[in-house]
Design a protein around this ligand. Structure first.
Ligand code: BGC
Length: 380
């Protein structure tokens, strides 16, 4: 671990007006702290920023991959636990991992056969998931060092310039991702981007949650609600077939709260293909407006996570590929289904599926999406 030299960046959120006499604090002290978190093999310095609110909630984000390294929220008795999977130090992340906590780009999820055609030009991308392209390629946004700027007392802005041709994608893409922690227990993520050539883009965050606490068992008992009437069935490579299938009468109907584990082993072709849930849900309501996508309750701790997004869809991934080979924070071993992801997004493979909402960004346009993960505790 690097030395714990904690540098206070944003000193006080609320200060008395010091018109006359000494300044007095009238509100809570809220600090964003920064500490060195190690160096990449290329020698780039990585920093860890920690945001806190007055309820004791705490989020740490590092500049490598914009990764959420820890997220501590209270249970119904006020006890804090870290509810995201990850590692204690940078080395753990550098050794390779399944995208724990990271910003995903340029394209979250899969692009079939690692290619797409835009304005008559065919672009070739890495095939890093069988014959398909996954999560931005070999060195996606999860593996670059982002430039950090304090955008407010509890608001961390990360920016990155992805060069024309990076990982095969066209256009110099200027990306900004801002993490904000609010007093209402929300972790708000704002994504923005502009380009100088037509390109495709689908940014998300890949946190693995376990509301019982990271490493504290599997997530099968979590009660999940997803505001979606339809989902996009996939083929064996997890590429959408193009169909938007009604969830009615399937294990994909989460319109009423259901435990993740209740139907996960059902004799369902789609669950077999995903080895569990690894599917894109088409969210109800108008894309572009911030609306509720999901609600998750962990019954024992009472921790609740609600997801709100402007995105048209959300991938539910239930950690089907975790297999006990990764030892994470505090020496916890991440076994099968020890975490779940709720990746707000556009549909997978949209660049190749004209009937799906467009993921094209053109010069002069601005990509702008927001996702909020809101934490609370249920007393019932
Ligand atoms: C994908 C999974 C994949 C995982 C990477 C998820 O977003 O949908 O299929 O295995 O990311 O660990």
């Amino acid at each position: 671990m690097p030395p714990k030299a904690i540098v206070t960046l944003a000193a006080l959120a609320t200060l008395a007006l010091a018109a006359c006499g000494p300044a007095k604090k009238t509100g809570v002290t809220q600090e964003m702290t920064k500490q060195p978190f190690g160096k990449t093999p290329e020698g780039e310095q990585v920093e860890l920023y920690t945001l806190t609110n007055s309820k004791g909630m705490e989020v740490s984000v590092m500049t490598y991959g914009g990764i959420i390294v820890s997220l501590k929220t209270p249970d119904r008795a006020g006890r804090l636990a870290d509810v995201v999977l990850g590692f204690d130090n940078l080395d753990g992340y550098l050794k390779g991992h399944p995208y724990f906590g990271a910003i995903i780009g340029r394209y979250g999820n899969r692009i079939a056969k690692g290619r797409f055609t835009l304005d008559g030009v065919t672009y070739k991308l890495a095939r890093n998931n069988g014959e398909n392209h996954l999560h931005g390629g070999i060195k996606g946004f999860d593996k670059v060092v982002w430039k950090a700027r304090e955008a407010g007392p509890q608001s961390l802005e990360l920016s990155y310039l992805s060069k024309d041709g990076e990982e095969g994608y066209p256009g110099n893409l200027s990306v900004t991702v801002t993490y904000t922690l609010t007093e209402a227990g929300e972790l708000k993520i704002d994504y923005q981007a502009t380009t100088d050539k037509p390109t495709v883009l689908n940014l998300t965050n890949h946190s693995y949650f376990n509301l019982a606490g990271q490493g504290e068992g599997d997530v099968l008992g979590h009660q999940v609600m997803i505001m979606a009437d339809r989902f996009t069935p996939v083929d064996a490579g997890l590429i959408p077939t193009g169909e938007l299938r009604a969830v009615d009468g399937t294990p994909f109907d989460f319109r009423m709260p259901r435990a993740i584990g209740e139907r996960i082993n059902a004799a369902d072709e789609q669950l077999k293909l995903g080895k569990g849930y690894d599917h894109n849900f088409v969210l109800s309501g108008a894309a572009g407006t911030l609306r509720q996508a999901a609600r998750v309750v962990e019954p024992k701790s009472g921790r609740v996570m609600e997801v709100f997004t402007t995105e048209p869809a959300m991938q539910l991934y239930t950690g089907n590929f975790l297999d006990g080979t990764i030892t994470g924070k505090g020496g916890k071993v991440y076994q099968h289904r020890y975490g779940f992801c709720m990746e707000t997004q556009h549909y997978p493979d949209s660049p190749n599926q004209a009937a799906f909402p467009s993921v094209v960004l053109r010069p002069g346009g601005r990509y702008q999406t927001t996702t909020v993960y809101k934490f609370s505790a249920s007393h019932s």
